[in-house]
Design a protein around this ligand. Structure first.
Ligand SMILES: [Zn+2]
Ligand SMILES: [Zn+2]
Length: 356
């Protein structure tokens, strides 16, 4: 019997450095599949996972530990690779297939999972890169072959970013109601996910896009990816200036940051009947004067990653038409700690993709 090994970059202490370890994998059983990782995108969520929780506002932190996540943790949930082993019951994927892995696994049995929305499972999440070992490794074990989507002719590094940045952006822009060419959509935060949002919006919607980010390089990249205007939210009179430039006609604002400042900017920017979609997980508390709900008749909605069908749809969409591309920053997996540090301190434009 030949055993496969996974060389993983894992942390064994919340907030600690990632260290390489070697784990022997038992042979794949049932519907399990083993994937040799060729590319793994780095998500801003990884900064929060490593820190051990999200800032819930008012000095409170969520805790992955209290939620039952066990150390060591191997992060990485934007995985592309080659199928190198299949369990005896796998019939829908062959050895050698190049696939992107859907990482947001639920229990598979609760009412929500049964609708296909495993990412919103009400019971026990089993996400790759959090509860289950993820793609900061040369090898990943996937519990079921249905989570694999063949990438066809897509560039693998780009396809990797679809598993989180892509479907998160797709899920968020889907929550924006139909827009006309007169409308504006504000995209707040142009990191990897926000930039993908700009790119997908410009490919699928008639509305003009105003990109909002403090980083000049990100604003420039947003303009190159389809935004009509771009602004620094830190400038004097930011709200007035942006609102005036868009003719007071911002139909929707997507907050890819999710901070107290970004969410309040989103709420103030949208016109009456506007929609605010909160996606980012920066943290803090949402505050808004209650009368504004009625007076502005706005809709505020949250959006969390996306479903397996969203991933299939995004892969198909990218094969049908050329989507504007976000900048990729390809690095070696053994520089993962430096990459996480750069991401933590805002020194990354677009998406870091690691290669073992
Ligand atoms: Zn992510
Ligand atoms: Zn479930």
């Amino acid at each position: 019997m030949k055993y496969l090994c996974a060389h993983r970059w894992a942390f064994n202490l919340w907030g600690g450095a990632l260290e390489q370890r070697e784990d022997v994998l038992q042979p794949a059983t049932g519907h399990e599949v083993t994937v040799r990782v060729t590319h793994c995108g780095m998500c801003h969520s990884d900064v929060h996972i490593l820190a051990g929780g999200f800032d819930m506002g008012g000095g409170k932190l969520s805790s992955f530990e209290r939620a039952g996540v066990k150390l060591p943790v191997t992060m990485g949930h934007e995985i592309v690779g080659e199928v190198v082993e299949i369990g005896p019951d796998v019939t829908d994927v062959a050895l050698g297939a190049q696939v992107v892995v859907y990482p947001w696994l639920g229990c598979g049995e609760c009412a929500v999972c049964k609708t296909g929305d495993e990412h919103l499972c009400v019971k026990a999440a089993r996400n790759l890169g959090i509860q289950l070992p993820g793609g900061y490794a040369d090898t990943v074990r996937v519990p079921h072959s249905r989570y694999l989507v063949p990438i066809g002719t897509l560039e693998p590094a780009r396809a990797a970013t679809f598993a989180c940045a892509g479907i998160t952006a797709l899920g968020a822009i889907r929550k924006v109601p139909t827009t006309t060419a007169e409308d504006w959509v504000a995209v707040i935060g142009c990191g990897g996910v926000g930039m993908t949002g700009v790119a997908l919006l410009s490919a699928t919607s008639k509305a003009k896009i105003v990109a909002i980010d403090p980083d000049a390089a990100k604003r420039e990249a947003a303009l190159a990816n389809g935004a009509t205007l771009a602004f620094d939210p830190g400038m004097a009179d930011a709200f007035k200036t942006i609102n005036k430039a868009c003719g007071g006609n911002i139909a929707a604002a997507i907050d890819f940051v999710g901070s107290e400042k970004s969410s309040s900017l989103a709420v103030s920017l949208v016109r009456r009947t506007g929609h605010v979609v909160i996606v980012g997980l920066f943290g803090g508390e949402f505050k808004m004067p209650l009368p504004m709900f009625a007076l502005k008749s706005i809709t505020i909605t949250g959006s969390y990653v996306g479903g397996l069908n969203d991933l299939r749809e995004l892969v198909a969409l990218a094969q049908r038409e050329t989507l504007p591309s976000i900048p990729l920053d390809i690095r070696q997996l053994n520089t993962v700690n430096q990459a996480l540090d750069d991401l933590t301190h805002g020194r990354v434009v677009g998406r870091v993709v690691l290669q073992p």
